[in-house]
Design a protein around this ligand. Structure first.
Ligand SMILES: Cc1ncc(COP(=O)(O)O)c(C=O)c1O
Length: 392
């Protein structure tokens, strides 16, 4: 029995079948390269779905995390810790947001954001102002409330009753969104590039108008940066590409660099909305995860972020010359490749695995979320696997 067969058998028998996995078990990795149990090499264009910002086992990140692990792995939020305070300071300084609540995942961050928006509105306007408008084709998570917030019918089954108070507006249709706003609206929540929805960037004009409307009506603007945050689009946060000031920003994935960590960032309006006892989580702000986050944030300077943009452009240019590629959407290193009719994205992912690259899908597109530190040589090697898969 091969190493893979043994793992696959154990997993099939003992792990709940909630994931459709590809037939690969990854043993180890460094940077943007990883190996399976037969020693086969893969270029990673997935970064664990946008998580491994600095790639596999980045030396600086590993040092920051292990140094903290050797000092203090956890102490409850009843006490202060240095890494938590430091990561929060860096997040506020670099984003202009005012306060941070640390959670453990994207869905949990969005739950915190929704709770905060509702409390803000309750305190100022009373209990009937609680509606949250999100966008059709959005994705905000898998908890009962974030499924309710997700604007895709396919997620609204089995788990009834869902949390009330969500309505869905079509993306990039300001008039439609405007017509849904009424006295009961407390928040608008949206991704600036719908990730799971197919790497669909929102129009800047639409986003700016929604921001202005929210300001005018004292509606909390929540930007879900779970996938777009932490350098992915070539800015620390995607909202900085859109020139807006959200009231709440959520993030997760890339901030943890491989450890579970999420954040809710509060702006001027919302920084004092939560009082002690309103919101909490046992693992939130864990010193090991936040020591890693502080290291990532320190690395993401202007030069680093400009490189992310340059690599995104380089990949896009090369992809557009490949057979079967109709277009490339996205920003920085968050790319969705539109494929010709008849090409099934999942088939391409399977083929790229056989040619030595890990890629993703987003709806009908091939999705690339490489580690932000990927080198040009690694990009070329991974793109070669994609080219072969498309030519097959
Ligand atoms: C935009 C967005 N929001 C929320 C989530 C949920 O994050 P998590 O899986 O960490 O709960 C995701 C995950 O893909 C996401 O892309």
């Amino acid at each position: 029995m091969s190493g893979f067969e043994k793992i696959e058998g154990l997993d099939r028998e003992n792990v709940a079948h909630t994931y459709g996995r590809f037939s690969v078990a990854i043993k180890e990795g460094k940077g943007a390269v990883c190996y399976d149990f037969d020693g086969k090499r893969y270029i990673d264009f997935s970064s664990g779905i946008g998580v491994n910002s600095l790639g596999f086992c980045d030396e600086g990140w590993v040092s920051a995390v292990t140094a903290q692990l050797n000092k203090l792995q956890h102490i409850s939020n009843l006490y202060y810790t240095e890494p938590c305070a430091k990561a929060a300071e860096l997040l506020c300084k670099k984003s202009g947001m005012k306060k941070v609540f640390f959670s453990n995942s994207g869905a949990e961050s969005n739950e915190g954001a929704i709770k905060c928006a509702r409390k803000y509105s309750f305190t100022k306007y009373g209990e009937n102002r609680n509606k949250v408008i999100t966008l059709i084709n959005s994705f905000h998570g898998r908890t009962v409330t974030t499924l309710a917030a997700t604007g895709q019918d396919v997620f609204h089954k089995y788990f009834f009753p869902f949390t009330e108070g969500f309505e869905f507006a079509p993306a990039n249709d300001y008039d439609a969104l405007y017509s849904m706003v009424d006295d009961s609206t407390c928040a608008v929540m949206m991704e600036l590039i719908q990730g799971e929805g197919g790497v669909m960037p929102l129009d800047k004009a639409f986003v700016k108008k929604v921001e202005a409307l929210c300001k005018e009506k004292d509606i909390i603007l929540i930007i879900d940066e779970v996938q777009t945050g932490v350098g992915r689009t070539g800015k620390l946060f995607a909202y900085q590409n859109y020139d807006i000031t959200p009231d709440i920003v959520t993030t997760a994935k890339g901030i943890g660099g491989g450890l579970p960590l999420g954040c809710v960032l509060f702006g001027e309006k919302t920084e004092d909305t939560f009082a002690p006892g309103d919101h909490a989580t046992t693992f939130g702000g864990n010193p090991v995860a936040t020591a890693g986050a502080a290291h990532i944030l320190e690395r993401l300077d202007e030069d680093f972020l400009n490189e992310v943009k340059a690599k995104g452009k380089y990949i896009t240019k090369k992809l557009l010359k490949m057979p079967g590629v109709v277009g490339v959407d996205g920003m920085g290193l968050m790319l969705g490749v539109r494929l010709s009719d008849g090409i099934v994205a999942t088939d391409i992912v399977k083929k790229t695995i056989s040619y030595g690259a890990l890629t993703l899908t987003a709806k009908t597109k091939l999705r690339l979320l490489p580690p932000l530190t990927i080198s040009y040589e690694e990009i070329d090697e991974g793109l070669e696997a994609i080219r072969k898969a498309l030519e097959e």
